[in-house]
Design a binder for this molecule. Sequence first.
Ligand SMILES: Cc1cc2nc3c(=O)[nH]c(=O)nc-3n(C[C@H](O)[C@H](O)[C@H](O)COP(=O)(O)OP(=O)(O)OC[C@H]3O[C@@H](n4cnc5c(N)ncnc54)[C@H](O)[C@@H]3O)c2cc1C
Ligand code: HEM
Length: 392
Amino acid sequence: MLNAEQRAIIKATVPLLETGGETLTTHFYKMMLSEYPEVRPLFNQAHQASGDQPRALANGVLMYARHIDQLEQLGGLVGQIINKHVALQILPEHYPIVGSCLLRAIEEVLGKEIATPEVIAAWAAAYGQLADILIGAEESLYKQKEEAAGGWRGTREFRLARREQESSEITSFYFAPVDGQPVLKAEPGQYIGLQLFIDGAEQRRNYSLSALCDGQEYRISVKREEGGKVSSYLHDELVVGDTLQLFPPAGDFTLAASDKPLVLISGGVGITPTLAMLEAALQTQRPVHFIHCARNGAVHAFRDWIDGLAERHPQLKRFYCYAEDDGAQKADAVGLLSQDLLGEWLPRERDVDAYFLGPKGFMAAVKRQLKGLGVPEQQSRYEFFGPAAALE
Ligand SMILES: Cc1cc2nc3c(=O)[nH]c(=O)nc-3n(C[C@H](O)[C@H](O)[C@H](O)COP(=O)(O)OP(=O)(O)OC[C@H]3O[C@@H](n4cnc5c(N)ncnc54)[C@H](O)[C@@H]3O)c2cc1C
Ligand code: HEM
């Protein structure tokens, strides 16, 4: 537990974190990833290069310092962090490494005049407290996943059962466990962790489950990223029969039980978790408006499948918007999704549950538009295919 003096020191550091948090976390990651090769495979190097992960960590530390007196007000942040950690198998033994590098980074970035022994001691206590909260919450999730039907802890070997091309750049991969036993039924919207060894180097990535889990296998649908290590490997190298290790499904961007009309809005490969949500929602009576934006018809995945569902389920209305008309398939609108267009495609009654995912700019626009159209903010949920970021 932190004493009152330590809490005051932490709060006094908030302005420094507001201005210099990213410098601090960038320095921290450089130091940790060069000195501790054992934690390197846990981190996606692209998120380091783009600065997205240092920014996400800086924001996490800042929010923690701001709420040091009322940790319960951290709200969804802890849930988001622990799910990400669990899906990448972050373990208690990793915490002292992060802790010692963070304290050294504070000292080196702020300088010994500001980072006095008292400041370092306060931050050491604060880090210890947060680490205990995260380790405890992560352990209960690991345990829950291990004990659930079809569940497991750590890695489990899966075989690629089949693969299907869904568009010019998205392919689905179906994974079945090598042990032939059932698998944990993920909630619609959750993602799994893949552990792969590519050219001798370990890589870990998360992928949303793009189909409702039947308890036998998992499906993911992956967009080929130009220069992307794992997506290129999956597209170009992984053949039916190959094996890889999966971590159990996790994630808190899940379809909450509700009778309200459901609005699913996606851009590009952000469609994946909304497919599992759509399947689940169609097992109930609730109306569903499925809105998908793609660059053009050639890259639009799952169109025939959604169209088929719409024919069989009158409760489903679907709308497609293409940034450009490539002549391949007709969309309901061409151009970028505007607030007016979204307004036409939403149910007239705005008391809806909305879930959206796509590129960051797209998500920022959708968030703003939903608010402008009167959808209550707490009923508008989203997730990132990478480190969380501000959507302003
Ligand atoms: C919760 C979650 C769910 C996700 N679900 C899906 C999904 O359903 N489908 C899907 O396709 N993706 C999904 N993703 C994204 C996925 O995890 C990968 O990030 C994505 O496939 C790219 O990985 P990669 O290894 O192919 O590319 P990376 O190797 O990570 O590279 C990504 C980009 O960064 C560039 N890059 C890499 N290293 C550097 C460097 N050092 N300097 C500069 N540039 C660099 C690459 O050229 C490339 O353009 C999800 C992510 C999360 C967090
Ligand atoms: C108190 C300690 C920690 C805090 C506050 C913290 C915070 C965070 C935050 C805010 C994110 C981003 C979450 C998101 O975007 O959804 C994250 C992701 C992550 N964390 Fe932690 N973390 C801590 C400890 C650790 C430890 C000990 C490790 C392992 C060495 C670790 C590894 C990771 C990884 C691998 C990711 C995903 C990175 C990526 O996508 O590139 N974290 N953490």
